[in-house]
Every structure is written in structure tokens, then in C-alpha cells.
Design a binder for this molecule. Structure first.
Ligand SMILES: C[S@@+](CC[C@H](N)C(=O)[O-])C[C@H]1O[C@@H](n2cnc3c(N)ncnc32)[C@H](O)[C@@H]1O
Length: 383
């Protein structure tokens, strides 16, 4: 099981698969659709309703077998994917004209065991890439100019696909949220954008309840001429929170950090009153801590924040003279001026509808990130 997890083996849920398939454009029986990391074939199976069946089981599998392509490292997954597709076909006929499973499987020979990074040529013939790649951290398989060291494999898969498909091929991918909003993937986004047109980003949600990973759906058409902009918001051009505040995540991880060292007031999302000001003397909890503490004034911002919430950036101004231990469910905004009035102004900005609109555009997930908070428009002129 651990080995599977290390390879990023999580099966794509039915609803997510269907939503991804709904993004595919210009599908016909001449389409060639590949899932380069197909697992047991959930995504490929979700594509089948887009196609007709032929007059017999054999001809149906031959028809589908010309359209559906897949790779996976694991033999058992490929076997399962083929058998499930055969079952889908069988369900459409009262009688089978062929019962020999190995013959039926042979019609699906474009679904194969293999490492996609050794089969780039296959990608060239495809009209559509449909993929839910592994999200594990990986070292780069080849030299890229957009990153070094270790990186989320999903970024590597998409980069590889874009490089090897022909112009006008569509990619629909289920990807981890960090690729959409993480500052370390900015270059990756630029690279993707400069090779695509019609980028469409949708449906940010949790992958499933067990994995606790936020995802989004990406659809694009390869087009090397386009230079399409990924983010409409260009963070370089306006005055933003990071021009006036240091932004960081609260360092205390309650179940990990030992109760050692000096005792401090302990600020948690649960004991921080929304939209108010609280003096360190009135913080109800205390704990011992050896790590970094924060001296007021600062604004504490709840990290949990969903697009369905009325306010996405809910803050509290912290005042007083005592350093505070801050839980990692809070983001800290510490004014460079050291002035509490700047904290009050920031709270007003967080309350404003324009901040909600900005964050809903910038990050659709349930968690605010440091980079998203840094980029919230904040007019220095009012300070
Ligand atoms: C998130 S799962 C995909 C789930 C699949 N799309 C489905 O419909 O259930 C990722 C899959 O990628 C496979 N994989 C990882 N690295 C690969 C590689 N280099 N080439 C092909 N498959 C790979 C893993 O074995 C795993 O099954």
C-alpha cells in the first residue's frame, strides 16, 4: 500500500471523472484519447458514454480500442482497466460473439503497461489528453528551465505532455491546487500559458475525503503562438499587502511541538474573536513553546476559508506588549511600521467586498495561502 501511495496511486472518483470528461471538446470516433497515468481506468471508463457501440461486442471493443489509449506502471491496473472496459461493452449486448477474454483484451492493446516518460512518441498522435497524474514530490526526470530539485509530479506530467503533443491537442487534467496558486509554480504556469490557448480553470474542491488534497480542473488547447495569460491578475502592477506587512504562517503545530520552554499567550483560530481587537492579556490560553513567537501589533487571519464563506479573509487585531505563540491555523500579518493603526486599516480591507472578490478569483480552495494574502490589493496611500 505504501509503495502504491509513493507512486501517487489514488483512483479518480466517479463525479470528478465525469466533470473532467465534460470538459472534452470536439469528440468524435476519430478522436484519440490517452490517459498517460490511467490506473485502473476510471477516467477512460468515464469517456465511454461519449461513443456509440457497434453491431457486436468484438466490433465495439475494436471501435473503442482505436479511441482509448492509456499507460500505467502497474500491470494489475492495466489488466483491471481492460477488464472493466470489456465489462462496459458486454453490458450492452445480450449475447457475446466472443468469449475468450484474451482475444477481447487484445482489442484494447493501446492500453499498456509502461512509463509514459519513455513513450513520448505516442502522445504525438493524440487528439486529447485526459489525466489525473500522481501528486507526489518527484525529482525532475529531465532538465527543465522552470524548476530545479524536487517538484510535484503533476507539474512534470503536464509539462511533458505539452512538450510532446501536437498543436490543437486538448489537455484536460485534474491537478493539485498548489500548481494553480503556489508561488513556486509561477514559472510553470507561465510555461503552460505560453504554449496554450483557451485555458479554462474550474471546480476547486477536495480530491476526496481521505486524501485531503485540494484540486482543480485544467483544460487547455496546445498552441505555441498564443502567449495566453494564465492569471488575469498581474501582481506586479499594484500596491499590495506584502508592500506593508510581513506575512507568515503561525509556527505552532499543537500535536507536534512539545510543551517546553517559556510560557506564552497561545493564539488559536478558536480563541481569536472575529473582526475584533484583542489584547494579549485577554488571550484565554497559554502554552510553553521553544520556537518563534510574535510581538504585537499584528493581524491574525484564519487560514480556513471557503469560497462559500461570506468573508474569505477573517481577521483579528492583536495588541499588547507580550510575545505570543501562534497556531499554524492562523496567518500572521505584521506591519513593517509597527503601528497598530495599520492593522486596523488592514482589517477594513479584509472586510471589503473587493478582497472577497480578489480571493475568490485568486484561490478557490478552502485554505488561504501566504502568497495569496501577500497579493491582496492594499493601497499604501491610505496609511
Ligand atoms: C492518481 S492515479 C490515476 C488514477 C486514474 N486516472 C484513475 O482513473 O483512477 C496516478 C497513476 O499514475 C501511475 N503512474 C505514476 N507514474 C507513472 C508513469 N511515469 N507512467 C505511467 N503511469 C504512472 C500510478 O501507477 C497511478 O496509477
Amino acid at each position: 500500500m505504501e509503495e502504491l501511495r509513493d507512486n501517487g496511486v489514488f483512483f479518480t472518483g466517479d463525479i470528478l471523472s465525469k466533470n473532467a470528461v465534460a470538459l472534452l471538446k470536439d469528440i468524435s470516433i476519430d478522436s484519440r484519447i490517452i490517459d498517460p497515468a490511467c490506473g485502473a481506468g476510471n477516467l477512460l471508463i468515464s469517456v465511454i458514454p461519449l461513443f456509440p457501440e457497434a453491431d457486436t461486442l468484438t466490433n465495439t471493443l475494436k471501435l473503442w480500442g482505436n479511441i482509448l489509449y492509456g499507460y500505467d506502471l502497474h500491470h494489475e491496473f492495466i489488466k483491471a482497466a481492460k477488464l472493466r472496459i470489456i465489462l462496459e461493452a458486454k453490458n450492452r449486448f445480450d449475447q457475446s460473439d466472443e468469449t475468450d477474454i484474451s482475444i477481447l483484451e487484445s482489442y484494447l492493446n493501446n492500453i499498456r503497461v509502461g512509463n509514459i516518460f519513455n513513450h513520448s512518441v505516442q502522445l504525438m498522435d493524440m487528439t486529447h489528453i485526459l489525466i489525473n497524474p500522481p501528486f507526489t514530490k518527484a525529482s525532475l526526470p529531465e532538465k527543465f528551465n522552470w524548476a530545479s530539485g524536487s517538484i510535484n509530479s503533476a507539474a512534470v506530467f503536464i509539462n511533458f505532455c505539452i512538450k510532446h503533443i501536437k498543436n490543437e491537442t486538448q489537455i484536460v487534467a485534474i491537478l493539485p491546487e498548489v500548481l494553480r496558486s503556489g508561488s513556486s509554480y509561477r514559472k510553470w504556469r507561465e510555461l503552460v500559458a505560453s504554449n496554450s490557448k483557451g485555458i479554462n480553470i474550474s471546480q476547486c474542491e477536495q480530491f476526496d475525503t481521505k486524501t485531503n488534497v485540494d484540486i482543480f480542473l485544467l483544460s487547455l488547447i496546445k498552441n505555441q503562438e498564443s502567449g495566453f495569460a494564465w492569471n488575469q491578475i498581474d501582481s506586479e502592477k499594484y500596491s499590495q499587502v506584502s508592500d506593508f506587512f510581513d506575512i507568515s504562517v503561525g509556527p505552532v503545530v499543537p500535536h507536534r511541538d512539545k510543551l517546553e520552554g517559556t510560557e506564552y499567550p497561545f493564539l488559536k483560530a478558536k480563541n481569536t474573536p472575529r473582526w475584533e481587537s484583542i489584547d494579549t492579556e485577554n488571550i484565554s490560553e497559554r502554552r510553553s513553546y521553544l520556537g518563534r513567537t510574535v510581538l504585537p501589533p499584528f493581524v491574525a487571519l484564519r487560514r480556513t476559508s471557503s469560497p462559500s464563506d461570506r468573508d474569505r479573509a477573517v481577521g483579528t487585531v492583536i495588541t499588547g506588549d507580550t510575545p505570543v505563540a501562534v497556531e499554524n491555523h492562523l496567518i500572521i500579518a505584521k506591519p513593517s511600521s509597527g503601528d497598530v493603526s495599520d492593522c486596523n486599516k488592514l482589517l477594513e480591507v479584509f472586510k471589503d467586498k473587493s478582497t472577497n472578490d480578489f480571493l475568490n478569483e485568486r484561490i478557490r480552495c478552502r485554505h488561504l495561502t501566504v502568497s495569496a494574502v501577500k497579493e491582496i490589493p492594499f493601497d499604501g496611500g491610505v496609511l
